[in-house]
Design a protein around this ligand. Structure first.
Ligand SMILES: [Zn+2]
Length: 265
């Protein structure tokens, strides 16, 4: 029994630390798969070579996984803060003091600039890393609690009850809400939400990473107003926010494809 408790504690530590970082694996896979469906043939071919035959989905959560892998520990410490950009109450993304170690917006802009303007100067290993980061960071940037407040660590410090689970606001938005909205695989998510016309896709893909992050932050502001600490939430919350979750996956997928087509297409 004691050993079982120790294992449980260890598991909650591991999974708890994963939860700190991102849309769950499902969310990242959905975004990457939608993007893959909208790559030009040329971009697809180039990415296939860079990613050594692996798909975008295959590497969608790589950036989270390296933080928990004993094989990479230490090698990617500088990326620890790159998954989010906390914006406190009373500030906007434009007025909030930036983390000198980097945030999701500065990291994404750095990766885009390197791949777009300095690709010839990158070694093969850095180039594959930057492509894997690009896939992941576009996903994280569209996850509302990755634009949450620093005082509660992006919602990690806001306890709530979700159906029968005790959880927190960050974990709710990273995974529990996604899983509750539809019990679909990532391919089913794509089949059921990726149904926009060419002109709609073009419109949704417009703008800059800063515009996209600002949209996400505005959603986060609304989520903080709606969600009170220690409250119980279930179906109403799910129905109110299902369209937001679907929209964020869709625009993230289209925007990721647009970036990759611009760089590699
Ligand atoms: Zn992440």
């Amino acid at each position: 029994m004691k050993r079982f408790v120790v294992i449980l504690l260890f598991a909650s530590f591991i999974f708890g630390s994963i939860d700190l970082f991102a849309w769950g694996q499902k969310g990242h896979a959905i975004v990457a798969y939608i993007a893959e469906k909208h790559l030009t043939r040329k971009a697809h071919k180039k990415l296939d070579a860079i990613l050594e035959g692996k798909s975008l989905v295959y590497y969608a959560s790589w950036m989270d996984n390296i933080q928990n892998s004993p094989y990479f520990r230490g090698g990617y410490d500088r990326t620890y803060t790159w998954h989010y950009f906390n914006v406190d109450e009373g500030f906007t993304p434009q007025t909030m003091k930036r983390n000198p170690n980097g945030d999701v917006l500065s990291a994404l802009n750095m990766v885009i600039d390197s791949l777009e303007n300095h690709q010839d100067e990158l070694s093969d290993s850095v180039r594959i890393d930057y492509v894997r980061m690009l896939i992941h960071l576009v996903g994280d940037m569209h996850c509302p609690m990755h634009a949450g407040r620093s005082v509660d660590k992006g919602g990690n410090g806001v306890p709530i009850k979700w159906f029968k689970y005790n959880t927190n606001l960050h974990v709710l938005w990273d995974s529990k809400l996604v899983e509750s909205v539809h019990e679909w695989s990532y391919t089913e998510w794509q089949q059921n939400i990726d149904r926009c016309s060419k002109s709609e896709i073009k419109e949704m893909s417009a703008g800059t990473p800063e515009d996209w992050f600002t949209e996400t932050w505005k959603i986060a502001v609304g989520v903080y107003e709606y969600t009170k600490p220690n409250e119980y939430y279930s179906y109403k919350y799910m129905y109110d926010y299902a369209p937001v979750v679907e929209h964020q996956f869709l625009v993230a997928g289209y925007r990721l494809a647009a970036l990759l087509n611009r760089i590699f297409g």
